[in-house]
Design a protein around this ligand. Structure first.
Ligand SMILES: [Zn+2]
Ligand SMILES: [Zn+2]
Length: 550
């Protein structure tokens, strides 16, 4: 049997997102987490970003083990299962529930063996791996760290965690078990580095509930709480305060409604049936009787909160006297969008509370004092920081050094690094495999070249239509008649004139409603023009809506 463990991070290093780590011992392969990342603005036309897991195409995977149900840890699972042979997927109950509905959507449930695991159950034997779970507190229930016992040493992979002495569900990070594993001896720790630059301790999830208790009863208008769709603890705390204060709760946003259903069915969320109403019904109630929980805390272009901010949501709107609580922190890169949403909500008369001015958000990740505590509980012989940008990994490495881990036993790896661990030599960086990203858009999965290829094919077959809309912001959103540029597309002056008028109609309509956000304008113009073109010609040219502000 091999006495060398190969560890290959495919994602999550040098970034926050798409966490995925391969553990390989002889012929046996285990994968911890299969996460995704969200595209940035420069990834035009891309819906999701996945790790490049081509390394696994010809290596059957004994088990995928998931640490918790956040998208940056489970989001790529359907795509992995489609292309990689996986014996079973192992996770705790809530994580499995969330994953199951995702696999259902992709029609993959029947083909996949899902195994529920429990931190209190005896260890699992997976070939030469002995796997134990340790309960960790995080911003979603049922998160675990993973302990891998192998002939090459004992490895602890933390997943996302914080200490949280007063978690919402009462289930704390299992410090006793961590200490016990530390006593057995830990050869390598792979630890969450997200907050390694931040001194002190991360606040308890319960602080957010306390803030809700302070804020919500004093409000006379509607209250909207925006958060991540998977933040079950936030939903619980908002719903609990709503029930205390005689407000009904409506949940807006598809992913959030789905997660609410799953968490309630599995008993992770306690919201009485009579408290929940449909969004339309919540809007009919007197304002002081309604609380709306919604997605869009990152200012994502088509999310519920952004559409509400631009008064573009079919069922929910805000009015003077309403309060919007943004219970999340913008992920780096999303700050400007969130600021836009806050400004527009304020323009509509709502008071907006966010983490800079009220204690309505806490992080889900351990800060420096907690990371030091973990290092002293586990006393690892070697440390490999994971889950973070390089500055965070480097800060985590410094904490490990301060805790007495020798310099040569600290591994700063990258996505695609191959790390070998053996009892005799400790961990060593021995090479690299190809790593990178895989893009997913509405049409399929592929690398950057594939997306470019698809665009070219698209252009060759159906041509391109560029719609230029000029909007005078200084003139309160005055719209000039749009211009149309067509290439490789039917040369029909009548149709082009019709499209020009349609684009003008859409833009003027939106401006009249006060919608001046470029992304929304582009989205609406794109969809309207695409529909008319398809109705008239049965073709789908590439449509590029360009909005110019003057
Ligand atoms: Zn997480
Ligand atoms: Zn994470």
């Amino acid at each position: 049997m091999s006495d060398t463990l190969r560890i290959i991070p495919l994602g999550g290093l040098g970034e926050v997102g798409k966490n995925m780590t391969v553990y390989e011992l002889g012929e046996t392969v285990i994968v911890v987490d299969t996460g995704l990342a969200f595209p940035r603005d420069e990834h035009l036309g891309v819906d999701l970003v996945l790790p490049d897991f081509a390394y696994l195409y010809d290596r059957p995977v004994r088990a995928v083990i998931l640490t918790h149900g956040h998208e940056d840890h489970v989001g790529a699972l359907p795509y992995v299962l489609r292309d990689v042979s996986v014996d079973e997927v192992i996770a705790t109950r809530l994580t499995l529930g969330l994953v199951k509905s995702k696999l259902d959507e992709h029609g993959l449930t029947a083909a996949t063996r899902l195994v529920e695991a429990d931190p209190d159950a005896p260890p699992l034997e997976l070939g030469p791996f002995r796997v134990e779970l340790v309960r960790m507190a995080h911003s979603i229930p049922d998160a675990v760290a993973i302990v891998l016992e192998t002939p090459a040493g004992r490895v602890v992979h933390t997943g996302d965690w914080k200490l949280d002495h007063t978690p919402v569900d009462g289930l704390k990070t299992d410090v006793g078990k961590l200490a016990e594993i530390g006593n057995r001896g830990v050869d390598l720790l792979l630890g969450d580095s997200t907050n390694a630059e931040r001194p002190g301790m991360t606040g308890s999830e319960r602080l957010v509930g306390d803030a809700f208790e302070q804020i919500i009863p004093l409000r006379r208008g509607r209250v909207l709480v925006a958060s991540f769709a998977s933040n079950i603890h936030r939903m619980q705390q908002a719903a609990t305060v709503a029930a205390h204060t005689g407000r009904k709760v409506a949940v807006v946003g598809r992913s959030m409604r789905r997660n609410l259903g799953i968490a309630r069915n599995l008993g992770y969320l306690d919201v009485p049936e009579h408290v929940v109403v449909k969004p339309q019904d919540a809007m009919e109630l007197p304002p002081q009787q309604a609380l709306i929980i919604c997605t869009g805390s990152q200012g994502e272009p088509m999310s519920a909160l952004t559409r509400i901010a631009y008064d573009d949501h079919p069922s929910v709107s805000v009015a003077p006297g309403d309060t919007v609580i943004i219970s999340a922190k913008p992920v780096p890169g999303n700050e400007l969008r969130v600021h836009d949403a806050i400004n527009n909500l304020s323009k509509r008369g709502a008071e907006v509370l966010h983490e800079e001015i009220a204690p309505v958000h806490v992080s889900g990740h351990a800060c420096q004092e907690e990371l030091r505590t973990l290092l002293s509980l586990l006393r690892p012989r070697s440390v490999m920081p994971i889950h973070g940008e390089f500055r965070m990994l480097a800060a985590h490495a410094r904490l490990a050094r301060d805790a007495g881990v020798p310099e040569e036993r600290i591994v700063l790896a990258e996505n695609g690094s191959v790390v070998e661990l053996s009892l005799a030599r400790g961990p060593r960086l021995v090479g690299r495999i190809e790593s990178g990203v895989t893009f997913v858009d509405g049409l399929g999965v592929g690398d950057v070249e594939d997306v470019a290829l698809r665009d070219r094919r698209h252009l060759a077959e159906d041509g391109v239509l560029i719609v230029v809309t000029t909007i005078a912001l200084s003139d309160g959103g005055e719209i000039a008649p749009p211009e149309l540029i067509a290439r490789g597309f039917v040369d029909d002056p009548e149709l082009l004139e019709e499209l020009r008028q349609e684009a003008g109609r859409v833009a003027v309509g939106l401006a009249a409603d006060g919608v001046t956000e470029i992304k929304l304008l582009q989205e609406h113009v794109h969809d309207a023009i695409g529909q008319v073109v398809y109705d008239r010609t049965r073709r789908r040219p590439m449509i590029l809506p360009v909005v110019i502000e003057v």
